[in-house]
Design a protein around this ligand. Structure first.
Ligand code: TYD
Ligand code: MG
Length: 455
């Protein structure tokens, strides 16, 4: 008998190594390699081209209608999902500990149960008493949710198999689940993958919507093998700073809907409250303008949202290596903008520490933020505030040109609605908007002169 070869799989990126190492050679993460027990060892003689049953092909066109989606009871959750749960679908929800995943899912389960659906909430992390306490705090203690504290997937599937399929099954979290068919402790790559596989199969067969809560690693990726993301239909991230009130629910992958819509919530004393009109949330509301601060009209899916970007530049006297820190934006992108400002506009950041922060714990993903970030950086460097009540958007190229971005009109209208009267925009950005004076910025160089001289 051939002795099965040992192999080790990185929990962060899924790459395979033949021996254990402290650091993954592919993604550079530490302590993520774990032994994976191979199911079969293929030999060269393996021939799969005969002996199987023929499969039947079907035409693409068919009469199958998309099964009706089921509302989560929370309009913001529905929006992020693209219109509610699709029956039989599997959703992976990631997020930092304490961000509110269990709270959000308990609220959804309770609202579905109150609306007459059957909702099952299985926790491997908390005892039933703890979950009840949370539900009480949420004012949902009387909702007919079926609660259980369990970690054995065999027990869970046996139980679910014996009852009518519920509308929603929440598994909190997949890292605590355990299958007796698989070697290894809960949370290891093979356990997470195997348990998820069985639970997802149950969801597909029964038509229940399944939500798997997933832990995230320190840099925000969902812990466990990358294959988990391939196995599910929807991957969602629940984001925010724990010290701030606001939470954003984003879908990163969605087989049944768009991925750019977000749901906005505020964590309050009684759970998560929906924020239907978030465009003002991430502004400081300060009256007089401050150096280093620029307002960016971001687009989140179909919704515009105004966000304040803050930059701080500290000149260093000594020859120490200056720090660069970015919160809420891509640090690689900031390095690029700094390089463009140095190379194309003659500014010097080399001996200065540069800090960039997106206010309110918001994380920007819209590429149109370049111009607003550049404006904040130049304003901080020159120690001059940007013009009052102004907004900035546009993408910056390596050549220092400011390029048009999508949804110019929507951004301008939202800013005008909230009392902003000036917009610095790429050439040909958008239509005329009443009450909004548009200043076209074609090159970053022009912007720098403007900030340094005029304001
Ligand atoms: P939780 O849902 O347990 O987070 P996760 O499952 O993502 O780890 O949320 C925990 C945090 O939410 C906790 O720090 C307290 C806070 N919270 C409130 O502020 N208000 C509430 O009504 C509830 C239930 C929790
Ligand atoms: Mg939790």
């Amino acid at each position: 008998m051939v002795k099965p070869k040992r192999r080790y799989v990185c929990a962060a990126c899924g790459s395979v190594a033949t021996r254990w190492q402290g650091q993954c050679a592919d993604c550079g993460e530490w302590n993520t390699l774990a032994e994976d027990v191979p199911q079969t060892v293929f030999s060269a003689k393996h021939d799969l081209s005969s002996g199987g049953r023929p499969i039947a092909f079907e035409p693409l066109e068919s009469q199958t209608a998309m099964p009706a989606r089921r509302s989560t009871g929370l309009a913001e959750f529905d929006r992020a999902l693209g219109g509610g749960f699709v029956p039989g679908s599997a959703i992976l929800m990631g997020g930092d500990p304490g961000i509110g995943k269990s709270t959000l899912l308990m609220q959804a389960a309770a609202l579905i149960a109150q609306a007459g659906g059957d909702a099952v909430y299985i926790s491997g992390e908390e005892a039933v008493g703890q979950i009840r306490l949370r539900a009480e705090r949420l004012g949902l203690a009387s909702a007919p949710v079926r609660l259980a504290a369990a970690t054995s997937v065999r027990d869970i599937l046996t139980t679910l198999g014996a009852m009518d399929p519920p509308a929603l099954i929440v598994i909190d979290s997949i890292q605590t689940m355990y299958s007796d068919q698989i070697e290894g402790a809960p949370g290891t790559v093979s356990q997470v993958r195997g348990c998820a596989f069985e639970l997802i199969r149950h969801a597909k067969e029964s038509g229940a919507a399944l939500v798997l809560v997933g832990h995230v690693t320190k840099d925000g990726a969902i812990a466990g093998p990358r294959v988990l993301e391939h196995m599910v239909d929807v991957v969602m991230a629940f984001e925010g700073e724990r010290s701030h009130q606001y939470r954003i629910l984003r879908s990163l992958k969605n087989r049944f809907g768009p991925v750019d819509e977000i749901g906005v919530f505020a964590m309050a004393g009684q759970g998560l409250e929906e924020v239907a009109n978030p465009s003002m949330l991430f502004l400081s509301g300060r009256e007089e303008p401050l150096a280093g601060s620029a307002v960016f009209p971001a687009m989140e899916g179909t919704r515009p949202m105004l966000v304040e970007i803050q930059a701080l530049i500290v000149r260093l006297q000594s020859g120490a290596t200056p720090r660069r820190a970015v919160v809420g934006w891509d640090s690689g992108r900031m390095a690029m903008l700094l390089a463009v400002l140095e190379a194309r506009c003659g500014l010097n950041f080399s001996s200065a520490e540069v800090y960039l922060n997106v206010a309110g714990g918001y994380r920007l993903s819209d590429p149109a933020a370049d111009l607003a970030v550049a404006a904040a950086l130049v304003s901080a460097l020159a120690d001059r505030p940007l013009p009052a009540a102004s907004v900035w958007f546009g993408e910056v190229s390596l050549a220092g040109e400011v390029r048009p971005v999508a949804h110019g009109g929507l951004r301008l209208r939202e800013a005008a609605k909230l009392g902003f009267g000036k917009a610095f925009v790429p050439p040909g950005a958008g239509p005329e908007v009443p009450g909004m004076r548009q200043h076209e910025v074609g090159k970053l160089g022009g912007l720098v002169d403007r900030i340094v001289q005029e304001s």
